[in-house]
Write a protein that binds this ligand. Sequence first.
Ligand SMILES: [Zn+2]
Length: 403
Amino acid sequence: MGAKTLCIFCEAELGPDTKPEHIMLNALGGRRTTKRVICSKHNNDFGGGIDNALAKQIEVLRNLLQLESGTGKLPPALKNLQAGSERINIRNDGRPELVKPPFTVTDLPDGKFNVEFLARSSEDIKKMLPHLAARLRMTEEEVIKQITQNGQAAIVEMQPDTVHHHISLGCEEALRSMAKSCLVLLATVTGNGAVKAAPFAAARNYVLNGSPEFNKERTQIDSRDVPSVDDLRNRFGPFFNLIYIRSDDAGRVIGHFTIYNAISWQIVLAEAGGPPNGVAAIVSNPLEPATWEDVASSLPDIPFGWLDAADRVYEIERARERLVAMVKHHVDNARKTETARICDDVFAKHGVTDDDQPIADPNAQQTIVGEIARRLAAHALGLRHEQKLSPEETEAMLRCKKK
Ligand SMILES: [Zn+2]
């Protein structure tokens, strides 16, 4: 065995029990991990600190675009957003739900009561039923009977009002996480010793402790298109994440970090004296995390001169174009999902569960097509769609049975 492997941020020795560190953040769809660069303690500290800060900043985009993590976790849900006069959550599958008590019971003077409840699905009702029964001091069976026999149930669909998302990227903590990813990636190529050496002391300190001076002098937002952006898009999708590091003859080391092919940062990892003429890169495809690359030579070459000359002018127009493209993708996707859901719903209601099974009865065809058309139209226009349920349908729904 050769020399001991030490954490690039401290003197802890790394071994087989060291916690694996994602080089590109898991939240950004990063898959490659290493146990040979940072110790478990620093891994934990960053995870709960700077990495979390970056992950928080991309939550909205991940939810809008339905981007899974590198380990295949669904995007985070967005909680308690203002949508017109209502508050909504956007679930991790991208669907909105009203934030309201699941049911309200109003006691009427004649000893009767009025129950209103809100549910997205039969599963929701199933979860709610025991609580409702407890509130009414009845068994669940009695509640179902009461509602079926005396109640009037309806399915109401409505679209939430516009939600204004505030997206901000690149606070100091998030940039420290990017700088850390750069140093970790670099160490996988140069070995840890080079990154522990003096030329990277300021960058390491920035990652560990933060530094307003470093933040101001050595990090820079960059809104230029990455060279060969079309190649990268073709291979890694429209929202690729890229870390690209390069050094010149004098060992000036520049890190470049692109998030979702929308916005980039330049980080001067070493001003001079780093390993000369080196290159390291990693790309992730957050739409398809299984597709990634970390061999710089098999990626389009990005010249040092380009990396070193980050655009000092933030070109708002270009960044806006990219964000508009992202949102358009989201809207297209959401429309597809909602359309599919409405169709499935109508088919299920009419007992059609098998996609391949043709609907023989022309009347049934008519009914189904008509209903789908009405509901899609209501949805497209943002109208409420209300559908009263028969007692049988109500009972089936309360018992969480597919009719
Ligand atoms: Zn450490």
